[in-house]
Design a protein around this ligand. Structure first.
Ligand code: NDP
Length: 277
């Protein structure tokens, strides 16, 4: 029987993970299957237990189960522990290992695919939800000059900063509301980790926050030129990107973790990209 993998979520039919992992398996000659698994709400553990009993080797985890995955695992990687959420599980005997590859996928897309180093850069991260939690440590590990987390619910950004500072991360980290962004303050990299773009909404970000030679990155993918990217474009930002590269890179990290082979990602990114127009 070939090794079984899946992505668990609810809803899950929209997921591009089967396309991505099936492509990786084909390109790297790995004998495995990869499907979707719709977990009934409140039934995460039972659904995963059944998948394991049927020979499942690993899972990607998406909304709304990333916190459940963290609670379910027996062994948490630092990435999952610091994010408080897991997006990949690996099963070995009675152990369940958990990772969170979202942040590392984001950083690899920015630094490797887009060629935009984060070292010494002023980085603005919008949002304080799960995606931001996963991104903070991988960004800090790149030694930016500054990382400011801005969120609509100000206390969430402040709590997140306090939590990461308690882990001993550097004093470059600050957080607050959009109103706390100084009118004259400019960022080299602005990352939209809010879900605003899903509803064609725009976080209340001053257009003056973008550096002209900088990068505006929307984690949402497949939506073309979102209101956030439009604002950046109208502000004259040189480089625009959506989250398709992040999606493919986090998938590649999970694939390498499971199979010991890191797949090539560029063709897959090109294949599923939607033009930014
Ligand atoms: P969460 O639901 O955990 O957090 C949503 C965040 O967005 C909150 O901080 C919320 O603010 C903020 N927000 C929502 N609507 C608005 C708005 N209209 N204006 C300002 N802020 C708003 O979501 P996630 O963190 O899990 O995901 C965020 C986005 O990242 C999603 O769009 C998701 O698709 C994308 N993503 C992409 C990935 C990829 O691989 N490319 C991987 C993971 C996520 P508040 O706290 O005030 O409610």
């Amino acid at each position: 029987m070939i090794d079984r993998y899946a992505v668990i979520g609810n809803p899950i039919s929209h997921s591009k993970s089967p396309l991505i992992h099936t492509g990786f398996a084909h390109d790297s000659g790995q004998a495995m299957s990869y499907t979707t698994l719709e977990g009934p709400l409140g039934q995460f553990a039972a659904t995963v237990n059944q998948f394991r009993a049927e020979g499942g080797k690993g899972l990607n985890v998406t909304v709304p189960f990333k916190l459940d995955a963290c609670a379910y695992a027996t062994d948490l990687a630092d990435s999952a522990r610091s994010a408080g959420a897991a997006n990949a599980l690996k099963f070995e005997g009675d152990r369940c290992y958990a990772e969170n590859f979202d942040g590392v996928g984001l950083v690899r897309d920015i630094t490797h695919n887009l060629g935009h180093a984060l070292r010494g850069q002023r980085v603005l991260l919008l949002g304080a939800g799960g995606a931001t939690r996963g991104a903070v440590l991988p960004i800090l590990q790149q030694s930016p000059a500054r990382l400011f987390i801005a969120n609509r619910t100000v206390a969430k950004a402040q709590d997140l900063v306090a939590e990461f500072l308690a882990h001993g991360t550097s004093a470059v980290l600050e957080g607050g509301g959009y109103g706390d962004l100084g009118a004259a303050e400019v960022f080299d990299v602005v990352i939209n980790a809010t879900s605003a773009s899903l509803g064609a909404e725009l976080p209340p970000l001053p257009a003056s926050a973008f550096a002209a030679e900088g990068l505006a990155y929307d984690m949402v993918y497949g939506k073309g030129l979102t209101p956030f990217l439009q604002l950046a474009q109208h502000s004259g930002v040189a480089h625009l990107a959506d989250g398709v590269g992040m999606l493919v890179e986090q998938a590649a990290e999970a694939f390498a973790w499971w199979r010991g082979v890191r797949p090539e990602t560029r063709c897959m990114i090109e294949r599923i990209s939607v033009p930014l127009q």
